[in-house]
Design a protein around this ligand. Structure first.
Ligand SMILES: *Cc1c(COP(=O)(O)O)cnc(C)c1O
Length: 370
């Protein structure tokens, strides 16, 4: 008989007791969206928690990134980005009106490598859109330095970077703007949702307007905005999730730590995920299945699946190998050797805050057979 399935992630829910009073409030008031009172409270609680001043809450990170690009004036030209990400990173660039240009990644952080950018800069280059992959901070100084030298903007896809700190400071304070995702599968979720973190109040208000059809205070549309508002229900979920987020992050760290201890001695299987970093959120637990490991990554993935253990080849394939992007010059595999190698070896193991030890041990025991 097959054992209970264990999935790569399991969405975290707030306690019903924390959400019901907020829902009663919404039901009484009948304000369901449009910068409602719950959203305003969530925005303020979130900026305190994250340690940032100016936040625009949005319907999801994909639209949030499009709005951030639009607000930063990046609606044409080229944007240098990573091929080792979720496809929305490049989609947002295209949807804003620009073209992604793929640069290779660093083999340790798995983030955009600042030393690979300069060769790709042309007169059309407008900005960089790096990703803090799996919540591991980018080389923000290296990226800022290249950007500064060439007059480029830096916007961060921070979809994985909820609550990540470095040297006591939120990682979201880097770059002109950062975009968080609150999708169901992220470290912090509002079912669907996201936030754009910006540096000043004027930009926050401008993004809020773009997320509401471009309406200004008089009710006239003065820009071609869209509908990317967060609704009151999602904001209520967010407020309730914030009550328990510290426990969630601590539980994720325990699971990651246990993997690290148990798996670190398996030959030719490495854990690039740095544990023990203060302020890390353990977004995922990726392992790299070396080409000289006993079985291939794909074989390991299928064998685990036979045991009802569902891991994820994430990110694979590279965005640059996907249909809408593969014909771009920068998608040429020859220019992306590190990203290709990592994408062919990576496997993310089950990790969620309430993953219990016996279940985690099933995953570990299977891997220890090799
Ligand atoms: C999830 C994700 C997104 C998209 O976020 P949504 O809120 O689902 O639109 C963008 N970039 C990365 C790296 C992601 O993982």
């Amino acid at each position: 008989m097959k054992k209970q399935p264990v999935y790569v992630t399991r969405s975290n829910l707030p306690a019903l007791a924390d959400i019901i009073p907020l829902l009663e409030e919404i039901w009484d008031r009948r304000i369901l969206t449009n910068n409602g009172p719950v959203l305003q409270r969530f925005e303020s609680a979130l900026s305190d928690y994250l340690g940032v001043e100016h936040i625009s809450l949005v319907a999801n990170a994909t639209l949030g990134t499009v709005l951030a690009m639009q607000q930063a004036g990046i609606t044409s030209g080229e944007v240098i980005t990573t091929p080792f990400s979720f496809v929305a990173t490049s989609h947002a660039i295209k949807l804003a009106g620009a073209t992604p240009v793929f640069a290779d990644i660093d083999p340790i952080t798995l983030n955009l490598d600042p030393t690979k950018i300069e060769a790709l800069i042309t007169p059309q280059t407008k900005a960089l859109l790096p990703v803090h992959t799996f919540g591991v901070p980018c080389d923000t100084d290296g990226l800022a330095e290249v950007a500064h030298r060439h007059g480029l903007k830096v916007l961060y896809d921070a979809a994985h970077a909820f609550g990540v700190h470095r040297n006591g400071q939120s990682i979201l304070r880097h770059g002109e703007m950062s975009v968080l995702s609150f999708h169901a599968t992220k470290v912090f979720n509002t079912f669907e949702g996201g936030a754009v973190i910006v540096r000043d109040r004027e930009t926050k208000l401008a993004i809020d307007r773009l997320a509401n059809f471009g309406f200004d205070a008089t009710g006239a549309a003065n820009a071609i905005g869209m509908n990317a508002k967060m609704n009151e229900f999602s904001a209520a979920i967010g407020l309730a999730q914030l009550c328990r987020i510290d426990e969630v992050l601590a539980d994720r760290a325990c699971v990651a730590q246990r993997y690290m201890e148990q798996l670190s001695n398996i030959r030719r299987l490495s854990c690039p995920s740095p544990t023990g970093i203060v302020g890390h959120n353990h977004y995922a637990f990726p392992i790299l299945v070396g080409s000289d490991f006993h079985v291939s990554r794909d074989e390991l993935h299928s064998r685990l699946e036979e045991e009802n253990i569902f891991t994820r080849k994430y990110f694979y394939p590279l965005i640059s190998d996907m249909e809408p992007y593969k014909s771009l010059a920068s998608a040429n595999p020859a220019g992306l050797p590190v990203a290709r190698k990592i994408a062919s070896q990576i496997l993310c193991l089950p990790l969620y805050p309430d993953l219990d030890i016996p279940t985690q041990d099933r995953v570990i025991e299977h891997l220890l057979r090799y």
